[in-house]
Ligand binder design. Structure first.
Ligand code: LLP
Length: 420
């Protein structure tokens, strides 16, 4: 679907109407490249399926927080899901609105609560009783009432990588299902909180719909109990997590996913409630690639290595989750192909982008790392004192730098040495 924004034309990979070779020449490598059309298509898939239903889509800022990306969504009428005051500042700077923003996250600070209350966010997704207490106190101190939803842990198995599975009892997220009803009673009794909804987020890169339906059923069961206690639940937030195709995964199509969830909620007699979605990866993942240049080809006794100029500091997902990203030559060439591990220049054995890839390449060639739009740039670091990559957005036949490449002097500009 959105992958088609990046296609080979006459043997050369293009981002929409712009050749990736010219992007690399003009802006250098490593380079993140986003397609406005792909972002728009993914947004429209969600928005189209929600049209005429009581449903709202909140783009999860954490997946890609570049202002230009957020602005594309803001112009399309997006709401947002944030996890820090920093992300709130980005939403506002990109033209989003606080009143359309939900604030998730397990460790909100007093300062973050105050900022979000003053900005007027739509809802705080609260994850524990101590957080309820703190939010109530902060709201009282600024003379406001905080809208709250409790993140309930439905204890369903999202069948994804353990590091990105969040709906099981064994992880740090949410309020345990069996304690949620009491937590709602506690919240309702607090003077500066107003209960508005319920939420969950069961994990990420989920490729089946059943775990969502299981989670929805459990949440709705709880909603009925909570309302019996006299607390009204206006919205049900099902979180994010829908997977994308990195390799051969076949996640449900966005529209099918949204309709199936909404139909389930209606069929359980809860169609009068507003439903919130918080997608990240499925909005931006396949709307971005990472361009990198081959520095060296290094034949080894057991393996051949293609050493490229992008590294784990640029794209951490392979090192962190053993994640697969498609890697292909930007220019299809008639040279012998070999199996390579595609690795970066960072001094760690974990610094790899792809393993055992059959590639027809020579030093100096460009490679495109696919599906890099989500959790790519946002997770990048300056490890090994490497400036972070530039980000470019393509719109038709035009390319815009949406984040300049970091220069080395910026990297230690805030550091000082001790006096003589
Ligand atoms: N809502 C909440 C409360 C979340 O914690 C997340 C992601 C989302 C929404 C968006 O989920 P998505 O639709 O993107 O799956 N760095 C990992 C993914 C971590 C996801 C964390 N939470 C990765 O690169 O795979």
């Amino acid at each position: 679907m959105t992958r088609s924004a990046f296609a080979h034309v006459d043997g050369v990979l293009h981002a929409e109407g712009v050749s990736a070779v010219s992007l690399a020449e003009q802006f250098g490598t490593p380079l993140y490249v986003y397609s406005r059309a792909a972002l728009t298509d993914a947004w429209q898939a969600y928005a189209g399926a929600c049209a005429g239903r009581r449903a709202t889509v909140h783009a999860a800022v954490k997946a890609n927080s570049n202002l230009a990306v957020l602005n594309v969504f803001a112009r399309l009428g997006a709401s947002f899901d944030i996890v820090s005051a920093g992300e709130l500042a980005r939403v506002l700077a990109a033209g989003g609105k606080a009143e359309n923003t939900v604030f998730s996250g397990v460790g909100k600070s007093v300062a973050e609560m105050r900022e979000a209350l003053e900005a007027g966010v739509k809802c705080f997704n609260v994850e524990s009783i101590p957080e309820l207490d703190r939010l109530n106190a902060v709201a009282a101190s600024v003379g406001k009432t905080a809208p709250v939803s409790l993140r309930v842990n439905p204890d369903v198995d999202a069948k994804t990588h353990p590091y990105i599975s969040t709906g099981l009892k064994s992880n740090k997220f949410g309020i345990a299902f069996d304690e949620a009803r009491a937590a709602y009673r506690a919240a309702a009794a607090m003077t500066h909180l107003r209960v508005v909804g319920i939420d969950c987020h069961i994990g990420s890169q989920i490729t089946e719909i059943e775990p969502y339906l299981d989670a929805v059923d459990k949440l709705l069961e709880l909603v009925t109990q909570i309302e019996t206690d006299g607390v009204t639940i206006h919205h049900v937030d099902v979180g994010g997590g829908l997977g994308i195709t990195y390799d051969d995964e076949t996640p449900p199509d966005i529209g099918e996913f949204v309709r199936t969830v909404l139909d389930r909620i209606e069929s359980r007699g809860h169609g009068h409630r507003e439903v919130y979605f918080e997608p990240g990866r499925s909005l931006v993942g396949n709307a971005g690639i990472l361009l990198t240049r081959v520095e060296y080809l290094k034949p080894g006794a057991e393996k051949n290595f293609a050493i490229v100029d992008a590294a784990m500091n640029d794209l951490a997902r392979p090192a962190m989750y053993q994640a697969y990203h498609g890697i292909e030559p930007v220019v299809q060439r008639d040279v012998p192909s070999h199996v390579y591990d595609v690795v970066g220049p960072v001094c760690e054995s974990g610094d790899w982008l792809g393993r055992e890839r059959l590639l027809a390449i020579e030093p100096g060639d460009l490679l495109a790392v696919r599906s890099a739009g989500a959790y790519g740039f946002v997770m990048s670091s300056n490890y090994n004192t490497r400036g972070r990559a530039a980000e470019v957005m393509v719109d038709g036949d035009k390319a815009y730098v949406v984040r300049a490449r970091e220069e080395v002097r910026q990297l230690f500009a805030g550091e000082t040495i001790l006096p003589a």
